[in-house]
Design a protein around this ligand. Sequence first.
Ligand code: SF4
Length: 77
Amino acid sequence: MKSRKVIHKRATCIGCNSCVFLAPQTWEMDTKTGKSKLINAVKKGDLYVGEIYDCDVEANKRAEKACPMRIIKVEKA
Ligand code: SF4
């Protein structure tokens, strides 16, 4: 079940790789831009929004806390 959404403000990502390391099922590094990408996300304005499975919520909360730019948000879908 996908009960949470993840929001990423990609433009300010510094490509530190923390989210990819902590939640590789949700994040991947885009080597062309040097920024991480939220897998299967939809662009909404200047944000990218994706839904995650319940089993991936904890890993993404860790990524949310670890992001030095504070540009990851895990919210109720
Ligand atoms: S943790 Fe934050 S700054 Fe680092 S790659 Fe992920 S989104 Fe970008």
